[in-house]
Design a binder for this molecule. Structure first.
Ligand SMILES: NC(=O)N[C@@H](CC(=O)O)C(=O)O
Ligand SMILES: [Zn+2]
Ligand SMILES: [Zn+2]
Length: 437
């Protein structure tokens, strides 16, 4: 931060929602966490009374669209949205144009991010060349170039023999494979959740079995190979049961859920507004309840946004022609707090675990991200106003796109600032800037 002598004291913050503390930041590190008013007096003071301090968030699943679809997002705009949402680190999915399927492409993203990003960017390498599902991409070389995970996200790795080879490569390189679980034959042209939503809209159904059969197959392959498997955007109660079973066998499986699948149901898709079109589709209330319970009990390890920007012109279309996907980064924290807190305060320890500590560990970033909030650790944190009553306005999104399903909804919590290694990356209520004199 830019305080006098490089020292700033955040007065009255509540680390993990606990008792108020003064947190002193010196350079890139937390210098002290003390009882209020016991800290250094030569520092620039910032009044943070009542704000909750969390370790900055880590997103395992972000679509930054660069290279290829820069009208919808760029590394600059997407990471700005990440910083505004409280994130210090995002994993950038490989479904760009061209696809991130070679060490050169991985390095290109690392270099672009070094020049233009507002948060740390970790490339995801494709599992198969061009996401075509035919030939294994050079996973070992991509890992050496900086890929922290492999995924064909957007499409499923349908061929189990290819997935076995990818899991073996993940094991060799100490990385993991993230599967977009969607059986192409069972889902075909599926658009909305099977059942009432499909009946009400007349749109083709996207059945739970399309997800669950792939997850059931893949956890067995993870167990057999010892390669780490991560399940993207779990959306059904049945998938939760399968993941629970896989973990009970000791298989190397982790899973994520999106904020939108934790809060929204398929009731919202009945008006066939493409803003609610996402892959996998919004599901029923019983699925939502099972996803929340699984996040609480650890069956689902992490929240990941699946931030999927699309231009207004592509979304402003008939449902079937519009692309799947919705924004996530800027609204994730308030949405998760709402889903876990049921209108009150969520368990902030749990929020920090599922949005920061565990995703950092899954991605192999635990040395730099998701660190505890104590003296000596990097000053990498996010500040949350728990009384914001923030009404989401898509016109205020800093993403290059505005396809949020939360437009017009009011949330109790709001991220107000993000700091990464002492550098202010978002200062939404201008609190930190005003203190730097
Ligand atoms: N989630 C989506 O609906 N869309 C994602 C792809 C994906 O995550 O499957 C996208 O890239 O737009
Ligand atoms: Zn996906
Ligand atoms: Zn995705």
């Amino acid at each position: 931060m830019n305080g006098r002598a490089g020292t700033t004291i955040l007065r009255g913050v509540r680390p993990l929602g606990g008792a108020p503390r003064d947190v002193t930041v010196r350079g890139s590190r937390i210098a002290a966490v003390t009882a209020p008013r016991a800290g250094a007096s030569d520092a620039t003071a910032v009044d943070c009374a009542g704000l909750i301090m969390l370790p900055a968030l880590v997103d395992l699943h972000t679509h930054l669209r660069e290279p290829g679809d820069t009208p919808s997002e760029t590394i600059a705009s997407g990471t700005r949205a990440a910083a505004h949402g409280g994130y210090s680190d995002v994993l950038a999915m490989a479904n760009c144009v061209p696809v991130t399927d070679s060490p050169e492409r991985v390095r290109h993203i690392v270099e672009r991010a070094a020049r233009t990003a507002s948060c740390r960017v970790h490339p995801v390498g494709a599992v198969t060349g061009g996401l075509a599902g035919r030939d294994l991409a050079p996973l070992d070389a991509m890992a050496a170039a900086g890929a922290v995970m492999f995924s064909d996200d957007g499409v499923c790795v349908d061929d189990p023999a290819l997935l076995v080879r990818a899991l073996e490569a993940a094991r060799r390189t100490g990385t993991l494979v993230a599967q977009h679980a969607q059986c192409p034959r069972l889902v075909e042209r599926g658009q909305v959740n099977s059942g009432a939503a499909a009946r009400a809209t007349g749109l083709p159904p996207w059945p739970a079995t399309g997800e669950e059969t792939i997850v059931a197959r893949d956890v067995v392959l993870a167990g057999a190979t010892g390669g780490r498997l991560h399940i993207c955007h779990v959306s059904t109660a049945g998938t939760v049961e399968i993941v629970r079973w896989a973990k009970s066998r000791g298989w190397p499986v982790t899973a994520e859920v999106t904020p939108h699948h934790l809060l929204l149901t398929d009731l919202m898709t009945r008006d066939a507004d493409p803003l609610h079109k996402v892959n996998p589709p919004l599901r029923g209330a019983q699925d939502v309840a099972a996803l929340r319970a699984a996040l609480r009990d650890g069956t689902i390890d992490a929240v990941a946004t699946d931030h999927a920007p699309h231009t207004a012109s592509s979304k402003d279309n008939h449902w079937c022609e519009a692309p799947f996907g919705m924004l996530g980064l800027e609204t994730a924290l308030p949405v998760v707090a709402e889903a876990l807190g049921a209108g009150g305060e969520p368990d902030w320890d749990l929020v920090a675990t599922v949005m920061s500590t565990r995703p950092a560990r899954i991605a192999g970033l635990a040395d730099v991200a998701g660190r505890p909030l104590r003296a000596g650790e990097p000053a990498t944190f996010t500040l949350v106003d728990p009384r914001a009553d923030w009404r989401v306005d898509r016109a205020e999104s800093v993403s290059a796109s505005d396809n949020t399903p939360f437009h017009g909804m009011t949330f109790r919590h709001r991220v107000v600032a993000t700091v990464v290694e002492g550098r202010v990356t978002a200062d939404i209520d201008h609190r930190l800037a005003s203190a730097t004199g």
